[in-house]
Design a protein around this ligand. Structure first.
Ligand code: SAM
Length: 454
């Protein structure tokens, strides 16, 4: 989500005549988009900013510095008090004001600007794309469908930094997606904190389809058995030329039968699901305020695998939540064994200010968090390696995205299940959907040979 927000701000600046600098050392303006989900991310951003300011004082006295995003939102003026050379602090509902604020600062009309106020309709302001950011055509794009979160998990700072859930209209999102496809994009990932809650808080009228993809759509007054999110998937699915649809992150509570059914019905919806589980212990899931049980989560995975055998499943897990006992943690290990995730992002619990969990008793020592992190990581890696190995010799369909990050001489694409495949190809293959035979499996990467190389 941060990458997407940063891209939109960069695109807004480019539209105003700015150009992207190769590095901060040659930039007139440096903006740091920040994350608050864990303390480490905040500390990194503050250290990076103070290092840059230290260098700029000696070498580039006119360089302008700004913080954007979640830490900017939660700390606001405090950041300028701590680092007086910071010129701009832009909160999460103000990304789209960045270009105007920079103009004012650069023209000398204002010295410092801190804006963390709420702004109505800001959820629809992240829409510009930098499709040729690397001077190469983008095949895949993120589209922000909503902002904020209302889940209030006891560990999570997001509802406080990103505000209440607010969704864009289907019409607005489809227009943005159509435009992306007309510019060569083949795959769209719909983005939100909890995408499965899309449109649930808005009045029915606000997410009706009024143009574009509306032709085969039920009128807004018709009772539709699907959730607004599934209706959005259906509307995006109708866009000609779009090959693949993904979304992140859903919440397990949003996996009703309508969504499971959408995987079976909508061929462009890739068979891959990133479903954050956080813990395998019912006791902890309750204290975390997650709103589902281990059994319900396992039931969802079972249904998804029945609807789409081989579906890629990944997750987020927190280890060392306050009061997590060895028994609770064993439950998480056993859940990981049972589900066999393709990938899991494992986080050591980090107390966040103003969240209920930060004040809970039995905060665990770092050594316990590290040890559990290591054990879980090892298990997830072992299972994933085994399952990746099973793909050797099979044929998979990939969408070619561009050169491999680790070895730019080779190309990379993704399977529909979201696994990375590296192969010998050339730039001509970018954007192509092609069949590849898997010859080798590495760590979370597959290596393959295209069936026919034109
Ligand atoms: N939509 C996601 C969900 O359903 O939970 C939330 C996305 S959150 C920004 C990304 C991940 O960060 C979470 O899934 C969680 O695993 C992790 N996270 C959030 N707060 C955390 C904390 N205080 N300490 C450690 N990890 C945390």
């Amino acid at each position: 989500m941060n990458e997407r927000d940063s891209e939109a701000v960069a695109a807004q600046l480019v539209a105003k005549g700015y150009t992207l600098a190769k590095s901060e050392a040659v930039a007139d303006v440096v903006l740091l988009n920040t994350c608050s989900v864990r303390d480490m991310a905040e500390r990194k951003a503050i250290n990076k900013m103070s290092n840059m300011i230290g260098i700029a004082k000696k070498e580039r006295p006119n360089q302008v510095f700004g913080f954007m995003g979640c830490m900017a939102q939660s700390r606001g003026q405090e950041l300028v008090d701590k680092l007086p050379d910071v010129d701009l602090v832009v909160g999460t509902q103000k990304f789209h004001r960045t270009a105007d604020y920079l103009d004012e600062i650069l023209a000398g009309r204002r010295d410092k600007i801190v804006d963390t106020a709420a702004e109505e309709k800001s959820e629809a302001a992240i829409r510009e794309h930098l499709l040729n950011g690397n001077a190469q055509k983008s095949v895949s794009a993120f589209v922000s469908i909503m902002q904020g979160c209302n889940q209030y998990c006891t560990f999570c700072i997001v509802p406080y930094t990103r505000g209440e859930e607010r969704s864009r209209t289907i019409d607005d999102i489809v227009t943005e997606c159509r435009d992306l496809v007309s510019r060569g994009v083949k795959e769209i990932t719909l983005l939100g904190q909890i995408v499965t809650s899309y449109g649930r808080r808005e009045k029915r009228d606000e997410w009706r389809v009024t143009s574009g993809a509306s032709a085969s759509f039920p009128s807004p007054v018709t009772r539709h058995p699907s959730s607004p999110f599934v209706r959005l998937l259906e509307a995006v699915h109708e866009i000609p030329g779009l090959e693949r649809i993904r979304f992140t992150s859903p919440h397990p509570k949003g996996y009703g039968d309508d969504l499971v059914d959408a995987y079976a019905r909508l061929p462009k919806l890739c068979e891959s699901a990133h479903i954050p589980v956080q813990s395998g212990s019912d006791r902890l899931l309750k204290i975390m305020h997650r709103g589902y049980t281990r059994e319900r989560f396992l039931g969802i995975i079972e249904k998804l695998r029945r609807a789409k055998p081989g579906i890629g499943v990944s997750t987020d897990i927190i280890v060392g939540f306050p009061g997590e006992t060895e028994e609770d943690f064993e439950q998480t290990l056993s859940l990981a064994r049972e589900v066999e995730f393709d990938q899991a992002y494992i986080f050591k619990y980090s107390p966040r200010r103003d969240t209920p969990a930060a004040d809970m008793p039995d905060q665990l020592p770092t050594s316990v968090k590290e040890e559990r992190n290591e054990r879980l990581l090892q298990l997830v890696n072992e299972i994933a390696a085994r399952n990746y190995e099973k793909l050797v010799g099979t044929q998979v369909q990939i969408l070619v995205e561009g050169p491999s990050k680790k070895n730019p001489a080779r190309m990379m694409g993704r399977t529909r299940c979201n696994k990375i495949v590296v192969f010998d190809g050339s730039d001509r293959h970018r954007g192509q959907v092609m069949d590849v035979k898997i010859t080798r499996a590495g760590s979370f990467t597959l290596y393959g040979e295209p069936d026919i190389l034109e």
